[in-house]
Design a protein around this ligand. Structure first.
Ligand SMILES: NC(=O)c1ccc[n+]([C@@H]2O[C@H](COP(=O)([O-])OP(=O)(O)OC[C@H]3O[C@@H](n4cnc5c(N)ncnc54)[C@H](O)[C@@H]3O)[C@@H](O)[C@H]2O)c1
Length: 259
């Protein structure tokens, strides 16, 4: 099998779990050296031990992406241990929502933005100079179906996911001249360990899982692996003339008319 990311260095934020974990593993399999940057020290260390055990070159750097200093230190450690990054997958996010919009506290609003938007920008800001110096780069920002349409009870998460598209377009326009591409990958419902934990708290977990599966024309939810391949496409030279775009991978959900 050809290694589509041979000799490249990638940073994947939030890669200790869920979609980011699947992306980090696939990128390793495709020949990249990968920095797993995550706030969860225990899971992050486990994921990297597993990747190293499989013979891949990966490091874990415990990082809260909402901290400028932590992000700068993480990128520097990546440069020192793996080399300058030419791929960044901005995947980490806080998926916390308030049930009543007017009950949203300043703290909830600010923390959602601090991680989902500011954190993404901080990672871009640290990585872009390395991409400029290398004359090549690909940034993949993870948006959502919530980046385009509003589903009640996802406030302010959906507001932050709309902002992801603005950041993606703005950076794409500014950095295209340096051969740096910036795109967004926008998933529908993905069955992560966190999703199973959330369903387990409901009175009928199987029904909760089926209810969300049913909103997708494909009548099922996505696996994490089904997001890793589109991320690979956007990160690799296979999408070399694509920038400022949003790749919606949602089992057809956004094609459906809801009344
Ligand atoms: N799961 C879905 O159905 C779904 C759908 C659409 C979009 N998304 C998006 O996909 C991305 C990944 O989601 P997921 O479902 O895999 O989430 P997850 O909760 O399973 O994993 C998120 C990871 O990010 C880490 N993280 C959280 N805050 C962080 C911070 N401040 N700094 C560093 N790391 C932090 C967590 O520790 C965790 O390992 C997110 O951007 C999310 O908005 C998910």
């Amino acid at each position: 099998m050809t290694e589509r990311l041979k000799d490249q260095v990638a940073i994947v934020t939030g890669a200790a779990d869920g979609i980011g974990h699947a992306i980090a593993e696939l990128f390793c399999k495709q020949g990249a050296r990968v920095c797993v940057a995550d706030i969860n020290g225990e899971l992050g260390a486990e994921v990297v031990a597993d990747l190293n055990g499989q013979g891949y070159q990966a490091i874990f750097v415990k990082t809260d992406i909402s901290s400028s200093a932590a992000v700068a230190a993480m990128v520097q450690e990546t440069v020192d241990k793996l080399g300058a990054p030419t791929i960044l997958v901005n995947n980490a996010a806080l998926i916390s929502v308030s049930s009543d919009v007017l009950e949203t506290t300043d703290e909830q609003w600010q923390r959602n933005f601090a991680v989902n938007v500011d954190g993404m920008w901080k990672c871009c800001r640290e990585v872009l100079p390395h991409m400029k110096a290398a004359g090549v780069g690909s940034i993949v920002n993870i948006g959502s179906v919530h980046s385009f349409k509003i589903v009640p009870n996802y406030f302010p998460y959906a507001v932050t996911k709309h902002a992801v598209i603005g950041l993606t377009r703005n950076l794409a326009v500014e950095f295209g001249q340096y051969n740096i591409r910036v795109n967004a990958l926008c998933p529908g419902m993905v069955e992560t360990p966190a999703a199973f934990k959330a369903w387990a708290k409901t009175p009928d977990p199987a029904a909760a899982r089926a209810a969300i599966a049913n909103v997708h024309p494909l009548k099922r939810n996505s696996s994490t692996g089904e997001m890793a391949y589109p991320a690979l496409f956007l990160a690799s030279s296979e999408s070399s003339f694509m920038t400022g775009q949003s790749l919606i991978v949602d089992g057809g959900r956004s094609a459906l008319y809801h009344d």
